[in-house]
Design a protein. Structure first.
Length: 365
């Protein structure tokens, strides 16, 4: 009996050891995909696209979602490491992910930061995303064009209120600064007036914090818009709202529609991500534009990057430019691969969103 128990214990220890060392039963290398949340539609699509792209190249892959809880995501990353992940692709919740990244580095597991720069860490080398400053430029330029600010005068100024994304998401700063690169000249001329907090760059930390939306939560954006309508914006008719993504844009529009003066004429409202509901809003004239970042392209590029690193090759990512100077984690500048975003309006949504196969015509009413 004792001998049988000893044999069983040895077998269990051996299995555990092999499992911890990443020996997959099918002999394939394993990619762990840690996404931050599901309440923003695009992250669900990113997770599915990443896994599909990994499997297509012959890797094993598993995707998890952190439910906007960094402690939960860290546990998921730890589980990937225990399972023997050969590389991790992480769309982080916030900077609290640095401990999990350090654990991966300690165990020799490469980390790729996915779409969100992991700040406060020097324990990884690669970041892949879209040109986030350009995303903001598209949003700002949409407002400039829709309001014809080039022809606006100080005697008849246009009025705008500003929203930003989560202060824990480094991208939110790039989006905002890109937008303000287009809008600030008109604010300086006095033809565009900001209603409510008025940061002109994300460096204005106090005011940027006042317009930021924790964890990209739609309910917080809606509540803040309602407060503006009853407060700072009560005696104005807004011509535009800078909304950083589609989820927040729709929440803002929902709040605006509770005010009688906007029910027949909504202000210009920007967005990002090409979410289905916002494409419908654009078709219906409720939302002015969105910036489409094709998750299929980003996912494929991320897996191509992982594939090159796992093979010990120098990455060459089709459709992306390498930036080695811009993205500073606060500890080091990481190699960043930037894909091109696409501006989507009522004029081109069919071509960009449907003809490309991202959505079907039946999904748009």
């Amino acid at each position: 009996m004792k001998k049988a128990m000893v044999v069983l214990m040895v077998m269990m220890l051996l299995c555990t050891s092999l499992f911890a060392q990443g020996v997959q039963e099918d002999g394939k290398q394993f990619i762990g995909l840690a996404m931050p949340e599901t309440h923003v539609e695009r992250w669900q699509m990113d997770g599915a696209a990443l896994k599909e792209a990994a499997l297509a190249l012959g890797y094993d892959a598993e995707v998890t979602f952190g439910d906007a809880d960094q402690t939960k995501q860290n546990a998921q990353i730890s589980d990937f490491i225990t399972k023997g992940a050969d590389i991790l692709i992480i769309g982080s919740v916030n900077e609290g992910v640095v401990t999990a990244v350090a654990d991966a580095k300690r165990d020799g597991v490469e980390v790729i930061a996915y779409d969100r720069l992991i700040t406060g860490s020097d324990q990884y080398d690669y970041y892949i995303t879209f040109d986030n400053f350009k995303v903001g430029q598209f949003q700002g330029k949409a407002i400039v064009d829709a309001l014809d600010l080039e022809s606006a005068t100080m005697s008849d100024p246009k009025f705008i209120t500003l929203f930003a994304g989560s202060p824990t998401d480094n991208n939110a700063f790039f989006f905002f600064d890109g937008a303000m690169s287009q809008l600030k000249p008109f604010v300086d001329k006095g033809v565009l007036k900001i209603v409510g907090p008025a940061p002109l760059s994300s460096d204005d930390t106090a005011n940027f914090t006042r317009i930021a939306t924790e964890n990209w939560r739609a309910d917080l954006a809606k509540q803040r818009m309602e407060n503006l309508l009853n407060g700072d914006a009560k005696n104005y008719t807004l011509d535009a709202v800078l909304a950083p993504n589609d989820t927040l844009a729709r929440a803002i529009i929902e709040a605006l529609l509770t005010d009688a003066k906007y029910r027949t004429a909504l202000p210009v409202v920007t967005g990002q991500d090409g979410e289905l509901a916002s494409i419908q809003f654009i078709k219906d004239g409720k939302q002015t534009m969105t910036v489409f970042k094709d998750t299929r392209d980003l996912a494929k590029a991320a897996i191509d990057l992982a594939d090159a690193l796992l093979k010990g090759e120098t990455p060459e990512i089709a459709g992306a430019r390498l930036d080695t100077t811009t993205y500073d984690t606060g500890k080091k500048v990481v190699k960043s691969y930037l894909l091109e975003p696409v501006n989507v309006t009522k004029d081109n949504y069919m071509e960009v969103m449907i003809d490309s196969g991202y959505y079907t015509a039946d999904q748009i009413r």
